[in-house]
Write a protein that binds this ligand. Sequence first.
Ligand SMILES: Nc1ncnc2c1ncn2[C@@H]1O[C@H](COP(=O)(O)OP(=O)(O)O)[C@@H](O)[C@H]1O
Ligand SMILES: [Mg+2]
Length: 343
Amino acid sequence: MAAEGPLLTLDDLSIVFSSPDEADIVAVRQVDLTLRRGKTLALVGESGCGKSVTARAILRILDKSAAIPSGQIIFSPDDAEPVDIATLNPDSIAMRTIRGNRISMIFQEPMSSLSPVHTIGDQIDEMIILHERVTPKQARERTIALLDQVGIPGPRERADAYPFQLSGGLRQRAMIAMALSCNPDLLIADEPTTALDVTTQAQILDLLRQLQDDYGMAMLFITHDLGVVAEIADDVAVMYLGDVVEQGDVFDVFATPQHPYTRALMSSIPKMQRKAERERLQPIQGTVPSPKDRPQGCSFSSRCPVAFEPCAKVRPDPTRTGKQHRTRCHLIERELKPGEVIV
Ligand SMILES: Nc1ncnc2c1ncn2[C@@H]1O[C@H](COP(=O)(O)OP(=O)(O)O)[C@@H](O)[C@H]1O
Ligand SMILES: [Mg+2]
């Protein structure tokens, strides 16, 4: 039994998509991540960086064209032996048990996990009955309690609503209730607030924080918004084009960001006190290239404002830049400051 050490460890994990007529696409490259028990790890990066693919690998719900050519996904719940998820057959009973009982996932679009033709009450009842020996009546009572816990007003009546009858915020809450119905060890939230307005977004973040306390679960929180990370995470990993380029304790990373990509993401966070006229936001120039066009060296080299001679040729290794803080950047390896030139 493993009640100590991390709940989930991704070790040297790579994910490749293959198709008959094209070269393989390496979507995720040698990723190392650690999820501490009861803590939140935020995975942050622009669209196309490999965040969702990483999350789907943990649940083994990747497309058929995907493979995991190397790496481990070690899952160590409190009350069971550790297992390497990467070695399990996605359709095996072991994997289905993990998906149904131990790790649940919520998505940006609630309709992707809610059925449009059943009431939310019936859907959550069904999940509960699948996992516990309860009567339909007991299941419904639990469903109502869950809907109440996620802040749905009038839960007894709302249980009879169809998803389309709820607002976006309430739908998201219903999906969270469904994800919690199995009392998971780990909740994966893939951009759960991206489709919501700012006020609802803040409410859902509050709710997730509260639920995490109540349930003692760990959370993998995926977002493209570094601003949200400060609100919710204990640890943060910044992804760029399939690489984790920087990771560490959230305070460390925010106080002393090391990677030029992290710095660029930080400078694009809107600040309340920013004087709109004088201080404009600095979005990062360009877009994330496709993994097919990944630069040979550092994946960020084609957009990096401070790239120098080795960056386009040699991939940097992760370097320790603090207690739990690691960064993949030649500037760090060579102990250079941005702009400093090698002679
Ligand atoms: N089904 C797929 N087939 C081929 N390539 C894919 C597939 N899904 C994702 N990818 C590749 O993986 C990359 C990362 O995708 P994704 O994890 O969805 O990014 P993110 O969630 O960070 O926006 C994409 O840019 C794409 O190249
Ligand atoms: Mg995504």
